[in-house]
Design a protein around this ligand. Structure first.
Ligand code: C2E
Ligand code: CA
Ligand code: CA
Ligand code: CA
Length: 276
């Protein structure tokens, strides 16, 4: 009864004790979720713009809540960051994503160049143990560190703490690839960009969504002078794809090719490609 009442409450802008209770409950449930194995990774293909071949997947977390149903990361990642639980969840994501890639590389030896992208939160980046733990997970799952790509938002890069910088350098030394996520939304200065050990700019999906083709072209030129690759996110229509092809954007990701799907469906996508 109480839970029904709570869930049917519209969220109030101020005070809202119910919201506080709700947040408290969610936090408790988040702790349980790890123990009870309620998190699931979905995978969205990243494809080559010219020939639509799958070059890798981005792992995206979902929470299969026993009562609430599917909960999206925007609904719980901020709380996980606030409570510090993101460290444990982040470790789980890394291990799970690496294990999945190892399975695919064994299952599809022809596709051993397949890569896995994992999102890191700012908090994980400022954990002094991060690079060591990544190293351990990569070793335990027998992956080549070059198969792993870590996505870090532009905003996280901009925080620039000494620990974060040490982590980035250490990860780079291991051979792990570093991607700037949501690029174009964080006001990086050009000189700072040059100092970061990055390999890929992921153009924030707002650029494709609003058709800012001239800006995308400028980012492509910038990437070329930095000698880094580019992935365009949020490609939903064929026109978007054709535009990116004409601009020479090498990789893309979006609902048009595939939504994020569970591991079984992702396996079928890889298998289907082997047949063609
Ligand atoms: P993100 O890293 O920018 O991930 C891309 C988001 O765009 C995903 O939402 C994806 O489902 C969605 N997307 C993909 N293609 C399209 C498209 O064509 N159109 C539109 N409109 N959206 C598209 P999702 O899965 O809900 O994740 C939201 C955010 O949550 C992610 O944004 C990321 O910041 C965070 N997140 C997800 N998984 C993790 C995780 O394992 N760890 C951390 N720290 N954050 C995560
Ligand atoms: Ca991402
Ligand atoms: Ca993104
Ligand atoms: Ca985003």
């Amino acid at each position: 009864r109480l839970s029904q009442i709570l869930e049917n409450q519209p969220s109030l802008p101020s005070l809202a004790p119910l919201e506080v209770i709700e947040k408290f409950r969610l936090e408790k449930e988040l702790h349980q979720a790890l123990k009870q194995d309620e998190f699931v990774l979905f995978y969205q293909p990243i494809v080559c713009t010219q020939n639509a071949k799958i070059v890798g997947f981005e792992a995206l977390i979902r929470w299969q809540h026993p009562r609430r149903g599917w909960v999206t990361p925007i609904e719980f990642i901020p709380l996980a960051e606030e409570t510090g639980l993101i460290q444990l969840i982040g470790d789980w994501v890394l291990r799970q994503a690496c294990q999945q890639l190892e399975i695919w590389q064994e299952q599809f030896p022809l596709d051993s160049s397949l890569k896995m992208s994992v999102n890191l939160s700012t908090l994980q980046l400022s954990d002094p143990q991060l690079s060591l733990r990544v190293q351990q997970i990569v070793q335990q799952t027998h992956l080549n560190p070059k198969s792993l790509q870590l996505e870090i938002t532009e905003t996280a890069f901009l925080e620039n703490s000494p620990i974060a910088i040490a982590n980035l350098q250490n990860l780079k030394q291991q051979g792990v690839y570093l991607h700037i996520d949501d690029f174009g939304t964080g006001y990086s200065s050009l000189s700072r960009l040059q100092d970061w050990p990055i390999d890929v700019l992921k153009i924030d999906n707002s650029f494709v969504r609003t058709g800012k083709w001239n800006m995308i072209q400028a980012i492509l030129m910038l990437a070329q002078s930095l000698n880094v690759e580019v992935i365009a996110e949020g490609v939903e229509t064929e026109q978007d794809w054709v535009q990116l092809q004409q601009l020479g954007c090498p990789y893309l990701q979006g609902y048009l090719f595939s939504r994020p799907v569970d591991s079984q469906a992702a396996t079928l996508l890889i298998a289907a490609e082997q047949l063609t």
